[in-house]
Each structure stands twice: as C-alpha cells, then as structure tokens.
Design a protein around this ligand. Sequence first.
Ligand SMILES: Cc1cc2nc3c(=O)[nH]c(=O)nc-3n(C[C@H](O)[C@H](O)[C@H](O)COP(=O)(O)O)c2cc1C
Length: 324
Amino acid sequence: MKSEDFRFIIEYAIKAPSGHNTQPWKFENTEEGIVIHPDFSRSLPIVDKENYELYISLGCALENLLIAASHKDYQYTVQYPDNAPSCIKVKLTKSETNETIKRPLLDYIATRQVTKSKYNDRSITAEDLKKLTSCFSVDGVSVLLLDGKERFEKIIPYIIEANSLQFKNKKFISELVNWIRFSKREAEKTRDGIWSATMAMPGLGKFVGSLIMKNFVTAKSEAKRLTDLLEHTRGIAVFITDNNNAITWVKTGQAFQQFGLTATMLGISHAHLNMPCEELAVREEMAKELNIEAKHPLLLIRYGYADKMPYSFRRTIDEVKYPG
Ligand SMILES: Cc1cc2nc3c(=O)[nH]c(=O)nc-3n(C[C@H](O)[C@H](O)[C@H](O)COP(=O)(O)O)c2cc1C
C-alpha cells in the first residue's frame, strides 16, 4: 500500500497496550495489505511462558489497525494465526467510492491508557455498564462484569495468591525490573517498558530503583498494595474465552481493545490485575470459582473513575517496520 497510508494506519496500531509495554510487534507493508509479525525478541518468558499475552497485545494492535484502515477507506479481511509462531495477515482493499463505513472510536485511540493508580469507588450507571458489556462482538470471547465489591470479593484470594507466587519468584522480579524505566530520561530513550511515573512511583533512577524492587518489594508488601487498590475499585471485568489458542488470544486482544476504547469514551479508567490468569494452576481454580470450568478467564481488568496518569512511550514507526 502507499507509504503514507501505511504510516497513518501504523501510527494508530502502535498505540495499543502490551504486557510490560514490550510492544512485541513488527508491521510489514505488502502488496496485499499489512502483516503483523510477533517480535519474540520482546517476549516475557517468565510471566508469559505460553506467549498468550503477547498474542493478546497483537490483537489490540490489530483492532486499532482495522479502525484506522476504515478511516482511509480500506475494506479488510483478517487471516488469523493457526499456531503461536505465525503472523496475522490483513488484506486491505481500497474502496473506489469512499463509502467505506468508518469504524467509531478512532479519536479515543490516542487518549486511552491503562491507568495504574488508585480509583474511587463511585458507581457507574447501568447504561454505561451495558455499553461496556456490549461493546464488542467477537466469536468465542465474552466479558463478565463483577460490579461492586460484593460481586468481585470472591476472586480477591486468587489475585493475592497468584501475586504472592510471582513475587516469591526472583526470575519474575528480574524480568519485571528489566522492563521498568525508572526515570523519564530512560523512558524517553527506550520508548518502551513501564515508566515509573505511570505507576505513581518517584523517578529513582535505574540503580536505586532496581535495588529497591529487588530487595524491598515483597509478596507481603505487594499484597498490601493490591488490597488497597481493590478497596478503591468499582468493579472487575473478566474476559472469558471458549478456547485457549493463538487465534483466540488475538481475538481476546481485539475484544479488550474495544472495551478499553469504549471505557475511555465513557471517562472510565481500567487496568490489569492479571496475576491469576498468568499462573495456570490459579487460573483453573478461579475458573471453578466462577463456574466456568470448561472455559478460560484470560484477562482480569479493574475499572472505576480516576484521574489520568502520565502516558507511556512508544517506539517510532521506523523501529517497528518489518523486516526492520
Ligand atoms: C496482555 C496484556 C497484559 C497486561 N498485564 C498487565 C498487568 O498484569 N499489570 C499491569 O499493571 N498492566 C498490565 N498491562 C498493561 C500494560 O502495562 C500497558 O498496556 C503498557 O504499559 C502500556 O501502557 P498504556 O496501555 O497505558 O499505553 C497489560 C497489557 C496487556 C495488553
């Protein structure tokens, strides 16, 4: 496709969320359209052994890409990956008539963020909750809203248990610390990773920040922090899938991106509490608790009202072009 259309579309695609802001994607401009390649050099082998979160992140980028493509009058078909190492092929055909239906929510792609601060527990209207549950229609993916503490209380023990398993694992902490950017200068330089300011952490610099994370942040201190966050949460959205394979992971990303953009439009903040989904034994136990034994709870998202936090950085289009 024309380079200027490619750049317009990719500018939106790269604003998608990704685990630890790894941005595990490369985009290829082909005669037929755009191919999204997974970039396994940016995978998270400890927290995401199966690469399911990596494929969810690609699905988020895909959804932004499709929304942006419709605004450049492209019609699309998507060829999903059959198994983990393969890519997502998007066939794009420019409409001659300029009558392509422009998909909504384009304007919220830049203002969406995963807001990692404490929320207030102000309730959300039934009308807005309905908009959140019905904002996507994706095969094999649904969302369950546990609105109000009395409804989500039963999954708190699974969040704390999985978090404790993770923070007792030195490899988990090392991987996380590797992706935290402890100052604005470092975040601006790499344009990836979790900038400490997005988590309301002071800019300690890499040396002091890593030292504190590795020596003073424990399963116990994190459990306390999480309990406080959960006290200040309006509700939890659980993304549930029928299958657990690469196609489903990408589709979950698409559904989650629609959710994130819709929440942004409604002024509702959201952030992940994914630990019980990442620890497979805990995921199974949580599925039983939710009476969905045969299904897969792949994402846990807290939501509520909050002020915006600083935005995360992104690498440039030239840095994410395939083959690079
Ligand atoms: C699949 C996936 C898993 C994520 N898991 C977590 C998580 O466990 N905890 C968390 O605070 N944020 C999580 N995030 C949010 C990312 O950290 C966030 O998207 C990234 O830092 C970029 O920030 P932004 O979305 O505000 O642009 C996840 C995002 C995705 C797409």
